[in-house]
Design a protein around this ligand. Structure first.
Ligand code: ZN
Length: 121
């Protein structure tokens, strides 16, 4: 189990287990957010929020909602809005402490072009 939260603490996430790896994606949105993603299902993550609204950004084919704090701007997680029963929730591990993420390998995902992990190309 681990915790992650935005800078002001408005959005808090609890993951039920540490990820085996973290993904750095070079697509246009992930590159700008600077996120390091860890993937879960909605049942594996508890999400709570404080007094400030959670803002949502969706673009392109609108299959993903990116959630960020309306107070501090921290991009905390994204959720899949596809009707494919994956119920994916990705936690931005940048919102967890460095101590938690320093021992987890980071994989480079080429979301900008080939849609594959770099080591698989
Ligand atoms: Zn915040």
């Amino acid at each position: 189990m681990f915790q992650a939260q935005c800078h002001c603490g408005n959005i808090k996430l609890i993951g039920n287990k540490l990820p085996l790896s973290i993904t750095s994606c070079n697509c246009s949105i992930c590159n700008r957010i600077g996120a390091l993603w860890a993937y879960f299902t909605d049942k594996e993550v508890q999400i709570s929020k404080g007094n400030y609204p959670v803002s949502i950004y969706s673009w392109g084919d609108k299959t993903i909602d990116f959630h960020f704090c309306s107070n501090c701007g921290g991009s905390t997680h994204y959720t899949s809005i596809l009707n494919d029963n994956t119920n994916r929730v990705a936690i931005n591990m940048r919102m967890a402490s460095l101590k938690i993420i320093e021992n987890i390998p980071i994989r480079q995902f080429d979301g900008a072009d080939t849609w594959k992990y770099i080591e698989e190309k």
